[in-house]
Ligand binder design. Sequence first.
Ligand SMILES: [Zn+2]
Length: 569
Amino acid sequence: MRWSRAFIPTLRDDPADAEAVSHRLLVRAGYIRQLMSGVYSLLPAAFRVRAKIRKVIEEEIDRIGGQEFLLPALHPEEIWDETGRIEVMGAEMFRFVDRRGAGIVLGMTHEEIFTTLAQEITSYKQLPQLWYQIQTKLRDEPRPKSGLLRVREFTMKDSYSFDLDDAGLDEQFDAHFEAYSTIFRRLGMDAVAVEASSGAMGGSGSIEFMVSSPSGEDDVARCVNCGYAANVERATSQVSAIVDEPGPDAPEKFATPGVRTIEDLVTFPGGADADRQIKTLVYMIDGEPALVLLRGDHPLQEQKLADQTGAIEARPAHPEEINDLMGADAGSLGAVGVSDIRVIADQALEGRTNMTTGANENDFHIRGVDVARDISVDAWYDLREVQAGEPCVECGEPLEVFSAIECGHIFKLGVKYSEPLGATVLDENGKARPIVMGSYGIGLERNMAAIVETHHDDKGISWPVAVAPWEVVITVVKVGDEASMHAAEDLYAALQGAGVDVILDDRNERPGVKFNDAELVGIPYRITIGPRGLASGEAEFTTRATGATENVALADAAAKVTELVRAAR
Ligand SMILES: [Zn+2]
C-alpha cells in the first residue's frame, strides 16, 4: 500500500467525547468512525487489524477441531420463546415485525440456532462436534460507550460444543481454555482467566479472560499469592469472625432522630459500629418485593443476587415502592417481625446476635437483634461484594481488585438449550439423551480495543506485529529526491516479495508529519530513507515500541526487517 493512495484520516486533536484510550486513539489514528451511538464503521486500517485477529482466532479454533459455519443474524422470535430467553434478554434484544406480521429478532448470540441445527445429530456416534462462526451480533446496549468496548453491533467468534456427557464437555471446555490462552498470547495480551457469573447464558460453569485496563467495566478480585481470581460478580473472600456481646432477651426499639444511614447510626450516641448493624435493602426480584439483608459494612453484589435467586431481573425498589411496602423510608428499614415479604440474607449474618437494624418507622431503630431468633430468613446466600485487601478465600493473603476488559468468555451450558429444543441423541443403549453443550465467545472489535488499551503511549498506538495493519512503514524523507524514491521503491518491492505487510509513505509532506502519523497509527517498524543516509548507503531503522533508532545498510534492510517480522508474528 502507498500512503498517498491510502484512506487513513488521522486527526490532529483527540475527539472530545472519548474517555477510553482505545476510543480516543482509534478515532484519532483513522481506524474508526461512529455512525450512531454504539455503532462504528471500521476504516481500512481497522479492517486489516480485524482480519489478523480473525485469522489468529480461526487458526486456534480450527486446531482444536472447530468447523466454521455462517448463521443468519435474523431469527424467528419463536425459537427464542422456546428457551425462554426472549424474556431474559428483554430490551437488549432488537425485535421487529416483518411485512407478514411475523416476529423477528436480531441475533445477539446463537445458542438457540446452533442447537436447532444439532437436532440433526441423532446418534452418540456422531459426537463430539465443535461448531463455530465469526458473525455480526446485535445488542441494544442501554449505555453504549468507550468506542469499540461497549457497542450495539459487533463481530463475535462464537463456538458451540456438543457431547454425549459431562466428561466430553469438560474435555472441549479445557481445549477451549487452552486455545483461548494461546489466542490472547498471540494477540499480545496478558489475559487472566477468572471464575465468572454465567448470567443470561445459564449453565454450570464459566470462565472469563480478563485484560487489566482502567477502561474496563468489570472488576476482578485476584490473589497474587495463590492465583485465585474471580469476577467480583462471583468472587468470595474470608470474613473475619465477630464476637458479639450478649444481648437482651428481646429486641428493643429506640429513638434515632434524623438517622438515615449506616454511617449516621455509627456516630449516633447509643448507636452501633457498621459491622454490628444489619443493612436492609428492598429489591424487586422479577416483580416480587424481597428484603435483602447484609452486614452494615458489606456492599451488595447485584449479580450475585440475580444468580442466586435465578432472577431474570433484580432491581432496587423505588422510594415510593419502599414506602408503600414498609411504611418507612430506606434508611429506617428492618426485617424484625416481617413475615409477609421474602427475606434473603447474606451468609455473613448467620449466627449474629445483639445487632442493630431499622424499625420500619422513620427515626426509630431496634437493637439487641438476634438474627436466628428475631428474623425469619427465607434463604441464605453469598451476596456480599468482596473488597480489596480482604483475605483470600483459598489462602488468606489480601486480595487485590482491579478493573478489566472481558476479552473472552467460555461457558459450560449442559442441557439448558438441548432439552427445551429437543436436541437429543441415542446413546449406546438406545436411550435418548439431551446433548451436553458448551458455548465460547470472543468479540473481535473488543479485542482490537483491548490491544490498544494495553499497547499505546503518548504518541499513539503501538501494535504488536501479529495484528498491526502494516508491519513496516518505509518513510521517504524527501519524495522529490529521485534517488530516495528509487531506493524506497526497491525496498518496498523486496519486502512485498518477502511477504511483509509494508506501506510506503510516499506523501509529499514534511518528515515530521509522516513520523507523527506512523507513530499514531502504530506501525511496529519504520525504515526512513533520506538523501543524507543514502549517500553512505544507509537507512534509519526505528522500533515503534521502544523508540530505538539505528542505522542499517540499505542492502541489508529488507532481510533484517523480514527476519524481525517473521519472528514476531
Ligand atoms: Zn490466595
